[in-house]
Structure formats: structure tokens, C-alpha cells
Design a protein around this ligand. Sequence first.
Ligand code: PEP
Ligand code: MG
Length: 324
Amino acid sequence: EKAELLKFKNEASKTKDGIKKLIEANIGSPIDVNSVIENGGEGIGLFRSEFLYMDNDHFPTEDEQYESYKKVVDAMEGKIVVIRTLDIGGDKKLSYFEFPHEINPFLGYRAIRFTLDRKDIFKDQLRALLRASAHGELGIMFPMIATVDEFLRAKAVVEECKLELKSEGIKYDENVLVGMMVEIPAAAVNADKFSKHADFFSIGTNDLIQYSMAADRMSENVSYLYQPLNPAILKLISLTIEGAHKNNKWVGMCGEMAGDIQALPILVGLGLDAFSMSASSILQARCLMSKITMKEAKELSIKALECQDTDEVIKLVDNFIEGI
Ligand code: PEP
Ligand code: MG
């Protein structure tokens, strides 16, 4: 079986009827890139930049960040690398910075809410990202976007950094992609509005499920509510994809669900363009994708959206997978 999977290492990801998709990997640090290349990843769909901040005793400088981002972009040799700006707060803390005390940190001052407030810290990162964009294909991605205004404000800071770099004679890619995570239900519902401004979306199902089901993703007591295949979650994913495609933007997924074999046929049917997962899941996903036609996946996804509950969706998809 391993040998069968290895055949897929250097193949493009596509359905049985030849519809192209991207299967990419999530990474947390530049050293993870080796295993992405070994497993035939077609890009990096999510580089969580937090590690640079968490494994440190100070906010990393622009130059320190630039070195890390450039390493990844260089190693991927022109394949797309999506780097997420600082997603801190909630459960992710820094030893050298004290966040304000809040009763619900997951609903509080974190991620883009923090960086929009601390433009000094945000700009160091954005300048480093822009400089790295000169070396390959880079996407800048904002976490935890809830409103169009937040996205526009974040993008304005990117524009400000571009002007600075230009006046300093420092290179960057003028057409660098600027996109956002869809991990707050309001963003999924309003995807058609966001897609006028964002170059791409990436669905963060880990948080999207947490916020949609009102169930803390860290709490074992309510883990039964963590249901990727709940029809409500599928509906939000469907709205996101439709809203993006309306304005000709692509949609990836970088939450755990992207690497879930049971979810894959439905996600293909809903029209997801890119799947970003742990490197070790790539070949299996590419193999399964090659056995599914777009027509049957679409039919499956329509049925899944009509299901009463998660159990019904699971039965439907298990049956489907058995039949191929
Ligand atoms: C997500 O929320 O699905 C995601 C990919 O981001 P993180 O797991 O880092 O919150
Ligand atoms: Mg998240």
C-alpha cells in the first residue's frame, strides 16, 4: 500500500475526471519543510508564525523573521507559501508579554485584534513578510477576521509597509497575495462581501467548529460537540466557497478537517480548491481524490447538506467511500 501511495508523490492533485486541486501542508517552523517536500506537498497552505514568537524571549525583529520566512519560500522553489500573521492570545501565551486578564480569552484580545492594536509589532512582521515575498510565491494571511473593516484595516497596514519599503529601495513582490482565515462564523456567512477585497480564503475549521458549536476546542467535557461533519459546519463551508467563487477567489482549508479522509469527498463536491494538512496525510488524500469524479462528489455534498445530523452524514460518506 505504501508503494501505491508513493506513486502519487510527484503527481498533481486531481479528481478522477481531471479537475485540479492543490494538496498542501501546514508547518510551524522552517525545519518542517523537508517533510513537506518528501511527501509531495504542492505548497504550504499554513505556516503558523506563532512559534517564532513563542519560542523566544522577545518579539522577533524584522530581520529575524525575514530569515525564517525566506528559508521556507526558498525551499519551496516557487510553490505557494501562505504565512499567517501572529495568532497569539487565547491559549497561546508569550513569556515576555502580559496580555490583559479576560474571562473568555478565546473570545477576547487575540490574533488580528491584538496586531491591529499594536501596529509596531504588526509592521515588523509585515515588512519581513513583504521582503520574503521577493523570493517566491507568498501569501500573507490574517487570522480571526470577523468584519470587513478589520480586513481592510489590516490590508492598509500592508500597503503602508509597501510604501515604506519602496522609499527605502527594498525589494518585495508588488502582487503579493493578501488573504484571510475564515474561522469565525460571521466571516463564513459574509464571505461574498469579504471576497471583493481578499485575494484568497483559508477555512480554519478548528476554530470555525469551536465558535459555531460554542464548544471550547480544548475542553474534553464538550468534545462530543467537535463535529466537522455536522451539516451546519458543511453549510458554513459551502457559503464560504460560494462567496469566494462569486468574485473568482480561491478557497483553501487549513484546519484539521482538510486532512480528514471522511470529509474529503464532500469538500471536493463543495468546490474547495486547496487542502492543507499535515505532511504525512498528503499522499493518502491525493490517492483518494484521484478515485472520485466531480459529479458524484457534488451529488454527495448536496445530500450531506440535507442530512439531519452528523451521524447521518457519516453514514452517507462511509457508504460512498466503500463504493469507490
Ligand atoms: C484553525 O483554527 O482551524 C487553524 C488552522 O488555526 P489554529 O489551529 O492555529 O487555530
Ligand atoms: Mg484558528
